[in-house]
Design a protein around this ligand. Structure first.
Ligand SMILES: [Cu+2]
Length: 270
């Protein structure tokens, strides 16, 4: 019973426990950590959910009414009518209006997500079978992020979501994400930020997010990409500006992109 109450309450209320990663018995979205995701959650809770509930209740009422009012014993001589212009116009127009009411705010959110503000930081995510590669083009960094196997997990690391090298970004900054793939289709998705973009070989897609709270946020590859599709999670660690600078200075040493000198290039081409 407790679980049922929890599930029902979770549809309408954002629980604190919903932060950053999925939780047991979760229904609905993860807790938003960006404006974009807050827009999506508000759109869902304030508009879509009431419409869904109203339509479901209305259809259920009609079905019950028809079952009782027009049952054989109460209505032995059924009407032979096959057309009713008024009803037909209404059941075409009203759903059209409902669709328009949903489309307007939906497009608004879509266009807002599509317009990338001036970026403070750019990262590039590359999907591989089956892990993610990351680059910080402005910092000349590159590294790979593999899922941590269950036997190697530390106490605070979630199963199937934790990775060895997290993407680190500063809080409150616009992060532009370039997304591509090396082999097959993947998708870079982070539910708390309202971000999901396909990673397509030979093409660069872009999206952005601005994380509002410090913490580690988890997502997963969201395009069926092969046998280990479920084992290439995405982990983004949002830190303060100072911590980000500290991480950068370490990362510049640890993840420095190999510089290919012109001489070496010439050697290779010979
Ligand atoms: Cu994938």
């Amino acid at each position: 019973m407790k679980k049922i109450i929890f599930i029902f309450s979770s549809i309408f209320i954002c629980h604190n426990a919903f932060a950053k990663q999925p939780v047991e018995w979760q229904l609905g979205f993860q807790k938003p950590a960006s404006e974009s995701m807050r827009d999506i959650v508000a759109f869902h809770n304030n508009l879509l959910l009431p419409i869904i509930i109203a339509i479901s209740v209305f259809v259920l009422f009609l079905m019950l009414y028809a079952c009782i009012r027009f049952r054989a014993s109460a209505n032995p001589n059924p009407s032979k009518r096959t057309h009713n212009v008024t009803v037909e116009v209404l059941w075409t127009l009203i759903p059209c209006l409902i669709l328009i009411v949903m489309a307007v705010p939906s497009f608004k959110i879509l266009y807002k997500q599509d317009t990338i503000p001036k970026a403070d930081l750019t990262i590039k995510a590359i999907g591989y079978q089956w892990y993610w590669g990351y680059e910080y083009p402005d910092e000349n960094l590159e590294f790979e992020a593999y899922m941590i196997e269950e036997k190697d997990l530390k106490a605070d690391q979630p199963r199937l979501l934790a990775v060895d090298n997290e993407v680190v970004v500063p809080v409150g900054k616009v992060v532009k994400v370039l997304i591509t793939a090396n082999d097959v289709l993947h998708a870079w998705a982070l539910p708390s930020f309202g971000v999901k973009r396909d990673a397509v070989p030979g093409r660069i897609n872009e999206t952005w997010f601005k994380a509002e709270k410090v913490g580690t946020y988890y997502g997963q590859c969201s395009e069926l990409c092969g046998i280990k599709h479920a084992f290439m999670p995405i982990a983004v660690k949002v830190v303060s500006e100072d911590d980000y600078q500290d991480w950068l200075s370490e990362a510049r040493v640890k993840f420095a992109k190999e510089v290919i000198e012109n001489d070496q290039l010439k050697l290779v081409s010979k």
